[in-house]
Write a protein that binds this ligand. Structure first.
Ligand code: HAM
Length: 423
């Protein structure tokens, strides 16, 4: 029986790679211009890290983590997101002592045991950017502006930045009670999960996908009406700085996000054409996370782009180009010469290919044609004795002779980097 990939874990095939690379390169370019430095974090963390940061009542921690006991008996988890890991690394390596305003980014796979569907995988990739050490609302606006800029540079055209304020523990505490009382009167309309959420973390009910619960939440009291003065003021400033940078946005007062560490600003970028999984990127401020994980009182804010989702809504780049030159051979001696030429050309950066299956000249040429290789050289006994090799330009339909003795050198000159780039 053929072994297949695990459900929800996808291969990324060669023809998809150019678009992946473009997105990753664009991310590196933009993030580095905005002062972010790359960090690489491990795939596996102690389970405790996520339970403490994302929140025990979230769907991620309750039902989506790939957690297991390692051979030493420790509970470990394949990271479901990167912010907690980056925060852990920031604390562990005391990065705050190097630069009080650290800007870090990370690109890599995340793992969540969700039901796979379009735009939702069990292994997916994120581009993460995090700013530590600044509570000024200008940074909130800058981070969102940079996210929108990056998404546009990747080719995303129809998108909307939605923002909200989730307040601080102080304003949330009062609101929790108000919301709980509201839900208490509507228990018959809530799903089993929300009945539990109502007790432990009523804000999570806003995030429920069950229709009945969503209908209840349409009428629910909103956090924006319960923000403390500081949070209200912060939100007003974030909005005015977004306007300063001319970044269009809308306020979504029911957005709560699926992770509990957020304070004040929370945001999502939703894209047309994504169906149910419409958030291509999301993030927010997390001013208490570092302290809650045992670090100093350092505020933070960041976002993550879902790369697979972004790729669904941006134009794809063409597949990687075929080799530049194919050397078709007839006979043992010609094969040996072509073997050496191919090696020398590839070593100097010219992609060359030949056939190693001893097939007829006709089928070798058919393969070169199928792969759309632009130049084909043919070498057989006749060429060896005449000292001339035929080089065919398949696009022009023309051909010319190249001396056998200086073949590699001539090809380097004729088909060197400039030809390659022009193709
Ligand atoms: P998140 O909303 O859980 O936030 O994920 C961010 C993005 O990752 C989503 O908007 C989506 O594009 C993508 N994503 C999430 N789950 C899946 C999935 N199963 N399949 C495909 N794509 C998915 C976070 O992860 C936070 N750590 C973001 C953040 C960074 N907040 C502050 N800093």
């Amino acid at each position: 029986m053929v072994v297949k990939a695990v459900r929800g874990f996808s291969d990324i095939l060669p023809e998809e790679i150019p678009t992946w690379r473009k997105v990753e390169e664009e991310a590196r370019r933009v993030l580095e211009a905005f002062g972010f430095r790359e960090i690489r974090i491990p795939v596996l963390e102690r389970t405790e890290l996520f339970a403490r940061s994302i929140g025990g009542e979230t769907d991620i921690v309750q039902k989506e983590m790939y957690s297991f006991l390692d051979r030493g008996g420790d509970s470990v988890t394949l990271r479901p997101e990167a912010t907690a890991s980056i925060a852990r690394a920031y604390i562990e390596h005391r990065l705050y002592s190097r630069d009080p305003e650290a800007r870090l980014y990370f690109i890599g796979p995340m793992f969540r045991y969700e039901r796979p569907q379009k735009g939702r995988l069990r292994q997916f990739h994120q581009i993460n950017a995090e700013v530590f050490g600044v509570s000024h609302p200008m940074v909130d606006a800058e981070v969102m502006a940079l996210l929108v800029l990056l998404l546009s540079r990747c080719g995303l055209t129809e998108h909307e930045l939605q923002i909200n304020s989730l307040g601080c523990p102080r304003c949330r505490e009062g609101f929790r009670e108000t919301l709980k009382a509201f839900l208490e009167e509507r228990t018959r309309r809530l799903c089993q999960d929300c009945l539990r959420r109502k007790e432990r973390n009523p804000l999570r009910v806003f995030d429920c996908k069950v229709k009945g619960c969503q209908e209840v939440m349409e009428e629910a009291p909103l956090l924006e009406d319960h923000l403390c003065d500081e949070c209200k003021d912060h939100f007003l400033h974030v909005r005015s700085y977004l306007e300063e940078l001319k970044v269009p946005y809308s306020v979504n007062p029911r957005m709560v996000r699926g992770l509990d560490y957020y304070t004040k600003t929370a945001f999502e970028v939703v894209a047309k054409g994504l169906g149910a999984q419409k958030a291509v990127a999301a993030g927010g401020r997390y001013d208490n996370l570092i302290a809650e994980l045992g670090g100093p009182e350092v505020p933070g804010i960041g976002f993550a782009i879902g790369v697979e989702r972004l790729l669904l809504v941006i134009p794809s780049l063409p597949p990687p180009p075929p080799p530049l030159l194919f050397i078709a051979t007839l006979g043992d001696e010609a094969e040996r010469i072509a073997f050496r030429w191919c090696y020398e050309l590839k070593a100097s950066g010219i992609t060359a290919a030949m056939d190693h299956r001893r097939r007829s000249l006709k089928s070798q040429l058919r393969r070169a044609d199928k792969l759309e290789i632009p130049y084909v050289a043919i070498i057989g006994e006749e060429e060896i004795s005449s000292g001339k090799v035929i080089l065919r330009d398949m696009r022009q339909g023309s051909q010319q002779n190249v001396p056998l003795d200086t073949f590699v050198q001539e090809i380097r000159e004729r088909l060197g980097p400039s030809v390659h780039e022009a193709l």
